[in-house]
Design a protein around this ligand. Structure first.
Ligand code: TXA
Ligand code: MG
Length: 341
């Protein structure tokens, strides 16, 4: 299949391109689209055969449900059966933006979108091109990250082309993702508030709006709660082919440790540290700027595989704020291998 590249840098940039994307989606096609978090692979959420193409193109396990993207609060009632007060408060505070809420689903959402669960994950993205695509197509869009399953998520159009070129109908070529890690996922069903995946909206921000939010055990460990609450968390994720090991230490200890290794290795570190390391380095953000770490993480994990080293030592980010999301992704990229110094 020839994957068409459609350049849309802003909503004013290419109205004809927007119409073309909307047409492909209405005809059951699948399209890589930008969002503020990562690029998504979108299909009409009501069209089961289009949704099936997403699973096929990504090589995604059938039991891992998709997020439904909307552009208008009225659409929330169409896809979600129960909207608790907490959901209304969170939407008012953080939508449009990098927050996904898991709610009971309506019959309108095909079971395959939700992998047979009785819930649906819903998000209203803030990226203006994403919103325009949803509005012009007139559809809620089911969209997982636009990577091959298991690979680092795509934060540039080129990442999408590298992974899915030839397998999908089109890619919208737009800017790089401003957040850089996937949305925060919170479950609000059965009167419980549970953080399933940390992201650009922090645990602290959620609690400031709705009070206590439990952090699911899968966020910081390989442990999965018995009734798998976020099926996506159980899979190996974001993984370079190269072995990654997280080092929890301060800057001096981290640099000393890497410098003393007698093996073909590299360091994944913060920009301030690179000059103190005598091995190859891949920078992911600045030491005290978790937003920059999130923005650069997935690209760094792709670069790791072209370094031609046997192992990469990654300096651990802080586990608070957006750093919790960075750590959660890095932990999976490292297959939970952590050394505390
Ligand atoms: O930022 C994002 O959320 C991006 C962009 C494209 O919007 N999308 C994304 O989708 O990250 P994906 O499919 O890579 O991750 C969706 C996550 C998975 O961990 C999945 O298990 C979880 O959301 N999820 C989806 N529906 C769910 C549901 N009904 N209950 C619990 N978890 C759900
Ligand atoms: Mg994903």
């Amino acid at each position: 299949m020839n994957t068409k590249q459609i350049r849309i840098m802003s909503t004013e940039d290419n109205p004809l391109g927007l119409k073309e994307v909307a047409e492909i989606l209405n005809n059951g096609g699948i399209v890589g689209i930008p969002t503020e978090t990562v690029y998504g692979l979108a299909a009409n959420a009501y069209d089961e055969s289009a949704v099936a193409k997403i699973f096929e193109a990504k090589g995604r396990p059938q039991d891992n449900p998709l997020i439904v993207h909307i552009a208008d609060m009225n659409e929330l009632e169409v896809v979600a059966a129960q909207i608790p007060e907490s959901a209304k408060k969170l939407a008012a505070a953080f939508w449009p933006g990098p927050l996904t809420m898991v709610l009971k689903r309506t019959e309108k959402i095909p079971a395959s979108v939700s992998a047979g669960l009785d819930t649906v994950a819903v998000r209203m993205p803030s990226n203006e091109v994403a919103r325009a695509i949803i509005e012009v197509s007139g559809l809620p869009l089911a969209a997982p990250s636009a990577n091959i399953s298991g690979r680092p998520s795509p934060t540039t159009a080129q990442h999408v082309i590298d992974d899915l070129g030839g397998k999908i109908d089109a890619v919208v070529v737009s800017g790089d993702c401003s957040v850089g890690v996937e949305s925060t996922v919170i479950s609000l069903v059965d009167g419980k508030n549970r953080l399933l995946r940390p992201g650009g909206i922090t645990h602290e921000q959620l609690e400031s709006v709705i009070g206590p939010v439990e952090i699911d055990s899968s966020v910081l460990s390989s442990e999965i709660s018995e009734k798998v609450s976020s099926p996506g968390m159980k899979y190996k994720h974001y993984s370079p082919k190269t072995r990654v090991i997280i080092i929890e230490a301060d800057t001096d200890l981290f640099c000393d440790y890497v410098n003393q290794r007698n093996e073909n290795c590299a360091a994944m570190c913060f920009s301030e540290e690179a000059e103190h390391i005598n091995k190859k380095t891949v920078i992911y953000g600045q030491m005290s700027n978790d937003m920059s770490q999130a923005r650069e993480l997935f690209d760094a994990l792709r670069v790791v595989d072209i370094l031609d080293v046997d192992v990469v030592y990654a300096h651990s980010p802080k586990k608070s704020g957006v750093g919790l999301a960075v750590y959660n992704r890095l932990l999976r990229a490292a297959a939970f291998e952590v050394i505390k110094l």
